[in-house]
Write a protein that binds this ligand. Structure first.
Ligand code: BV8
Length: 242
């Protein structure tokens, strides 16, 4: 960890990629861990347009179940530390795969949500955005056009917003340090970002509970909990600023 801290002390541009692991200590189940979200279902069963077309009620109720869990969750020290990093690095971008909104709740502003936001809905036909879920007996609720609403998240097999993706790629290509935190690094295109950073000469670090496919490729891999490790890194950096 000291090598990473020494590099961060002289770093002017930092990009951080986070995944479900950063929210684990807020009580939000991860996707693929032992207590993972997918435990009773396979990703293909629920987070795809085909699943929604086949059984909109099941998919909608699965998201409602997740929303209820996330409503009880609060940002943890890992989220809060990352929000502080924005003040320390002249160039900074947080790229999250998470849809739980906890980074924004922790105060992060320089952030792109690659996979959308679970609390926003959109019309499954015309894409109209609904910030609130309409009060209705229909499950899923319907748009004014009559089509079902769906969560405004990116499902498997759906393309990410080119604007969001472009911002993530541009910043990744020019950063000095890239940190991959709390992600199994298997979902693309997010998982290609650390590899791109490495290719462009950035120092790439990983903070994760277990090894991932990028572990052999990164410069520094720290095993542990992000809510414990990130505040320690922040302390060293804040001390350095005094
Ligand atoms: C697309 C929103 C064009 C919905 C999600 C290239 C190669 C291979 C496959 C593909 C490829 N390109 C495209 C694909 C297909 C697919 C894909 O990547 N499949 C994978 C599974 C192989 N990608 C797509 O379909 C993407 N679209 O590319 O469009 C296209 C279209 C068609 C065909 C080709 C191309 C869209 C992907 C977005 C899917 N939507 N979420 C929802 O949330 O319901 S992805 C979902 O997985 C979440 O966003 C989640 O964040 C993300 C990644 O999972 P992780 O965050 O990493 O979570 P996980 O549980 O896996 O890992 C947590 C980690 O944390 C663990 O390692 C654990 O050890 C660690 N941890 C736990 N606790 C802690 C911790 N670490 C630190 N501290 C702790 N306390």
């Amino acid at each position: 960890m000291n090598l990473l801290i020494d590099k961060l002390k002289v770093c002017r541009s930092l990009v951080i990629l986070t995944g479900a692991g950063i929210s684990a200590e807020s009580g939000v189940p991860t996707f693929r861990g032992a207590d993972g979200l997918w435990k009773n279902y396979r990703a293909e069963d629920l987070a795809t347009p085909e699943a929604f077309a086949r059984d909109p009620k099941l998919v909608w109720e699965w998201y409602e179940w997740r929303r209820e869990i996330i409503r009880q969750a609060k940002p943890n020290p890992g989220h809060l530390a990352i929000a502080q990093f924005e003040e320390i690095f002249p160039e900074f971008l947080l790229v999250t795969q998470n849809v739980d909104g906890l980074h924004r709740l922790a105060g992060s502003k320089k952030i792109v949500e690659l996979h959308g936001n679970i609390f926003r809905n959109k019309c499954s036909k015309d894409g109209r955005i609904y910030q609130e879920t309409p009060k209705t007996d229909s499950i899923p609720p319907r748009c004014e056009c009559g089509a079902y609403l769906r969560p405004d998240v990116v499902w498997f097999g759906e393309s990410l917003s080119s604007e969001v993706l472009n911002e993530a790629f541009v910043k990744t290509q020019s950063c000095e340090v890239f940190l991959s935190i709390g992600t199994s690094a298997i979902v693309h295109p997010a998982a290609s970002l650390p590899l791109l950073a490495k290719e462009r000469g950035a120092l790439v670090g990983e903070i994760n509970l277990e090894p991932t496919p990028i572990t052999p490729l990164v410069d520094i891999s720290i095993r542990g909990k992000s809510a414990e490790i990130l505040p320690k890194i922040l302390n060293h950096l804040s001390f350095n600023l005094c």
